[in-house]
Write a protein that binds this ligand. Structure first.
Ligand code: KIV
Ligand code: ZN
Length: 508
């Protein structure tokens, strides 16, 4: 059995544009749990108050997966990591220190012996709190093998239960990495007392291939992220690792506990939360991954699917975009449809969602599954007690500045301002800046249609920057001006809510 260690919420979240709010992280963690991920790395507790808070909420919400926090080899990091995961049913501490000559010399400015002592001491310290300890030799693939044998033996003796061999800079190749892992297995005397894990970055596009090669050499855990998000070119993609092991079980002879039918939903949830879409031809989860365009292929498929299909769309949970509900559908129908889609929601969530669903069904003739999912996911990013849109009007004419009037309610007050700009959205953002009195910079703005048709929901994502910190917001409506106003307002609300809680946004 190969253990799947998911680091979407930690290494994945480090990738530009992929930061998530607290509720979004909890939803993502629940989905990872539903998918059957063995370990969820929920964050890096010491990094920020926001990280700490989300790890501890994920630790409380998740029951069937182990929840881990990252920590450097420092007592204050390990203390924070344990404090964050201690409510988990199954907590794990993930301690790391660089072992390559280049990192030891330039980054750590430490000698091998000092690195060895610090690593062993830290694992011993972490072990006082928790019996499940992973130690990572950062930049392992560029480290000297004899030093790795020594430090791995030391940390296992000190209590590490998993030793992780990261290809931190995505430098290795499949054949080299297989031999590397085999050498570690053969030359570290106590290696059978720990699970060997691998964590491959994708700088040369070989993250998944390298991870799978390590399996051939005896690795028992793969660290990966949904949609392959992560630092720089990302991490090994969970869906590719899992489907390669499943589809080529004849070759790898290994299984995972992942429910592959949850893959598509996980991918889609992550994209909806972060606004980072996967490329259309991305393996497994790209929109074209199961589309057959050429006549010859279509002809073959009609006769016998296995001519061009090595795995079925159903096996990854790909569903047709069904038209199921309309304005006469009731709450039960909505709850049942959500359950079919795999979402369990409580009564309060259902009540709130139903109001939005009715409003949408009035605007839109047909409500698709994706629309319902978008409404639900949009709900996760809402902030209570913030600005609320009451009304807006916009006027544009050729050669003149556009005008947008916005009225909001804020703390029992009504505020209305007129904004001007190059177009109605620019004017709307000007009005919002006047209302909030916040001098923010718009860093990113995108709109995409959730489904097809001219009455499709437009989902707008906005990123604003203030004092070097980034805040994101999301808005949804069949009217793109409204969805843009809602997204901007949502970003401002997130900014205010984080400030109130003494938290900062992500650094730009
Ligand atoms: O890439 C890396 O080396 C890491 C470690 C912290 C495991 O992310
Ligand atoms: Zn990494």
């Amino acid at each position: 059995m190969i253990r799947i260690f998911d680091t979407t919420l930690r290494d994945g979240e480090q990738s530009p544009g992929c930061s998530m709010h607290l509720n979004e992280k909890i939803q993502m963690a629940k989905q990872l749990e539903r998918m059957g991920v063995d370990i969820i790395e929920a964050g890096f507790a010491i990094a920020s108050k926001g990280d700490f808070e989300s790890i501890s909420e994920v630790a409380k919400a998740v029951k069937d997966s182990t929840v881990a926090s990252l920590a450097r080899c420092l007592p204050k990091d390990i203390d924070a990591a344990y404090e964050a995961v201690r409510h988990a049913e199954s907590p794990m501490l993930h301690v790391f220190l660089a072992t390559s000559p280049i990192h030891m010399k330039y980054k750590l400015e430490m000698k091998e012996d000092e690195v060895y002592e610090r690593a062993v001491e830290s694992v011993r310290y972490a072990r006082k709190f928790c019996s499940n300890i992973e130690f990572s030799c950062e930049d392992a693939s560029r480290s000297e093998l004899p030093f790795l044998y020594r430090i791995i033996e030391g940390v296992i003796d000190a209590g590490a239960t998993t030793v992780n061999i990261p290809d931190t800079v995505g430098y290795t190749t499949p054949q080299e990495f297989e031999a590397f892992i085999r050498a570690i297995r053969e030359n570290t005397p106590n290696i059978d007392k720990a699970v060997i894990s691998v964590h491959c970055h994708n700088d040369l596009g070989m993250g998944v291939a390298n991870s799978l090669s390590a399996v051939l050499a005896g690795a028992g855990q793969i660290e990966c992220t949904v949609n392959g998000i992560g630092e720089r070119a990302g991490n090994a993609a969970l869906e590719e690792v899992v489907m390669a092991l499943q589809t080529r079980k004849d070759f790898y002879q290994k299984e995972t506990r992942i429910r592959s039918t949850e893959i598509m939903r996980s991918s889609h949830l992550l994209s909806s939360i972060t606004g980072v879409r996967v490329q259309p031809h991305k393996a497994i989860v790209g929109i074209n991954a199961f589309a057959h365009e050429s006549g010859i292929h279509q002809h073959g498929m009609l006769k016998e699917k296995s001519t061009y299909e090595i795995m079925t769309p159903e096996s990854v949970g790909l569903q047709k975009n069904m038209m199921v509900l309309g304005k006469h559908s009731g709450k039960h129908a909505l709850r049942d449809r959500l359950a079919d889609l795999g979402y369990e929601i409580d009564n309060a969530e259902l009540e709130a969602l139903f109001v939005k669903f009715k409003a949408l069904a009035d605007e839109k003739k047909t409500v698709y599954d994706k629309d319902i999912e978008a409404l639900l996911i949009g709900q996760y990013s809402q902030v209570e007690d913030g600005y609320e849109l009451v009304d807006y009007q916009t006027a544009t004419s050729e050669g003149k500045d556009a005008k947008t009037i916005i009225q909001v309610s804020y703390q029992d007050e009504r505020i209305e301002r007129v904004g001007t700009g190059k177009g109605p959205i620019d004017a709307a953002f000007d009005a919002m800046a006047q209302i909030t009195g916040e001098d923010v910079r718009l860093q990113d703005f995108s709109i995409h249609a959730v489904t097809q048709g001219k009455d499709a929901i437009g989902e707008t994502l906005v990123k604003i920057e203030k004092d070097g910190r980034m805040y994101s917001g999301k808005g949804m409506s069949t009217d793109i001006i409204k969805s843009s106003i809602l997204a901007y307002m949502n970003a401002i609300n997130h900014m205010e809510s984080r400030r109130k809680r003494g938290l900062n946004g992500n650094t730009v």
